[in-house]
Write a new protein. Structure first.
Length: 187
């Protein structure tokens, strides 16, 4: 039984991801210069694959750092309560920051990060997210670069997990309901 058998359908193909990541990189290359040396902050774990593909297409000098944020509970919806599991190694005061997310859903995670970063006095903060699920938004958050708007379906692959698995699927798929229906909400 392959992981791919748990995918109901492909939402964003490998080719579509390749094309869109290149377009996002081009948008960013048009904005940033070597003078800014922004810090790209990859929000673990989901954004690792997007970050890896994106960074290789950026032509301006930049640094990379990592932050891991978790909502309490690992169900299919965010509770709105978040905590830092891994903080930045870098100081971002006076620096230009680009937050790299895989998906913005309710917006609570990103809202928390933005409010937290504001206290550290960076020069600028922009947000790039591969996926945006606006139908689920509970708090308004500014997005500077967006790869794809996705419907309110359970998406996995290309870094996004279900129960910590499926992150290595090279495309964005919609999970078959039977893989997550057995799991209680908020578990
Ligand atoms: C996902 C995603 C965002 C957040 C978005 O992370 O990477 O950080 O949820 O949801 P929100 O807009 O409703 O806050 P998750 O907590 O699944 O962790 P992971 O990336 O380690 O899988």
């Amino acid at each position: 039984m392959s992981m791919h058998d748990d995918v109901a359908r492909i939402l964003v193909s490998e080719e579509a991801l390749r094309v869109r990541v290149a377009e996002i990189a081009a948008e960013m290359n048009a904005i940033y210069t070597d003078a800014e040396v922004p810090i790209l902050v990859c929000i673990l774990k989901g954004a690792f694959m997007f970050l890896a593909d994106l960074t290789r297409q950026l032509t301006f000098r930049h640094e990379i750092d990592f932050m891991e944020i978790s909502s309490y509970g690992h169900g299919t919806s965010s509770t709105g309560v978040v905590r830092i599991l891994l903080d930045l190694a870098s100081t971002i005061e006076g620096r230009n920051v680009v937050i790299v997310e895989d998906i913005v859903d309710t917006g609570h995670t990103l809202d928390y990060i933005l409010r937290n970063f504001a206290t550290r006095q960076p020069t600028s903060v922009r947000v790039v997210t591969l996926l945006n699920k606006p139908s689920r938004r509970e708090v308004e958050v500014p997005l500077d670069f967006v790869g794809f708007e996705v419907p309110n379906e359970f998406v996995l692959g290309y870094g996004l997990d279900f129960a910590e698995q499926y992150r290595n699927i090279p495309y964005i798929g919609i999970a078959k309901p039977e893989i997550y229906q057995a799991i209680p909400e908020g578990d």
